[in-house]
Design a protein around this ligand. Structure first.
Ligand SMILES: [Fe+2]
Length: 307
């Protein structure tokens, strides 16, 4: 079964534009041949691989499967008429490659999700339970705190046919639907349990990247990260707010190519034994936000990636 989201490959016209943005976002770059890869501090797992190309495009998504499972996936894919190949990219990666029904490349490898940096949760004084006694919650140096994301949690891909994608990712790849909004939006998780969604699909005229989302250590970090990016000249797109689907707090920033990068914290986690989890089928408005400092702007759902 698919156990983890490993990394995404994105083609961009200028790697250095990407380096500046993702560094400001809090990721650590390292050169891999002709590519530029990014990791989270203290975690030995690439999260983004930028490759040079004529225009910005989400080129592939890499998922981790269990040891010894690749052969089963190959058989299953071929039984469903999906061609398994070496992949179209110059850089070789262990694993198998194929295209989903939208024609987007997927890479599967036998890899676990690497441990994330341990973050000590802040002590919080909640009504009736005052645990932080005689200690300040904020220091004078708090303004200067820089944000360092912990891991890539999920992405949302645009799709011209969300139902077809859900059918493929559940029936062929074995993922599960956590919540959806009809044929407009669907959130999928690993069958092994974990985050409410590691991938989601949003309806559009064509494929593309809506957003990448990185977990951070708390609410403060979401806003400190967003503020730093705005100070660096990037545009806040939506947030602060709290989603309904997934329940996570969020803030989205536009990347240099008009996709979105999200900081999140406190996402719903669903166990492998998920008998009690009832997926919702609601409206996009119902699942988008419990609250946000302002409504989502009209361009929040636009696909800026060229077909
Ligand atoms: Fe998200």
């Amino acid at each position: 079964m698919i156990r983890s989201l490993q990394h995404v490959g994105i083609t961009v016209p200028e790697l250095e534009v990407g380096r500046a943005f993702y560094q400001a976002f809090g990721l650590l770059p390292h050169v891999q041949g002709n590519d530029l890869a990014f990791r989270c501090e203290g975690r030995q797992q690439d999260q983004i691989r930028l490759m040079s190309g004529p225009r910005k495009r989400l080129s592939y998504v890499s998922f981790g499967v269990g040891k010894g499972e690749l052969e089963n996936f190959t058989t299953r894919l071929e039984q469903h008429g999906v061609r398994v190949s070496d992949g179209p990219f110059a850089r070789q990666l262990d694993g198998i490659w194929f295209q989903d029904p939208d024609g987007d490349w997927i890479h599967l490898c036998e890899a676990d999700s690497q441990p994330t940096r341990i973050v000590t949760p802040p002590e919080i004084n909640t009504p009736g339970e005052y645990r932080r006694i005689g200690k300040r919650g904020c220091g004078l140096e708090s303004h200067a705190r820089r944000v360092s994301p912990l891991r890539l949690g999920h992405l949302i891909k645009f799709s011209p046919d969300v139902d077809r994608q859900v059918d493929f990712y559940t029936r062929v790849l074995g993922m599960k639907v956590s919540d959806r909004a009809g044929s407009i939006l669907a959130f999928l998780r690993s069958a092994g349990g974990g985050d409410h969604h590691i991938i989601a699909f949003a309806r559009s005229s064509h494929t593309g990247l809506h957003h990448l989302s990185f977990e951070v250590g708390g609410l403060d970090e979401i806003e400190l990260g967003a503020r730093h990016l705005v100070e660096q000249g990037y545009r806040s797109a939506f947030g602060l707010g709290r989603h309904v689907a997934g329940s996570n707090y969020f803030h989205y920033i536009r990347d240099p190519w008009n996709s979105l990068c999200e900081y999140f914290w406190d996402i719903d986690v669903i166990p492998k034994d998920d008998a009690d989890w009832e997926p919702w089928d609601a409206t996009p408005e119902q699942v988008t936000a419990v609250w946000a400092v302002s409504p989502p702007p009209p361009d929040f759902v636009l696909n800026f990636e060229q077909p």
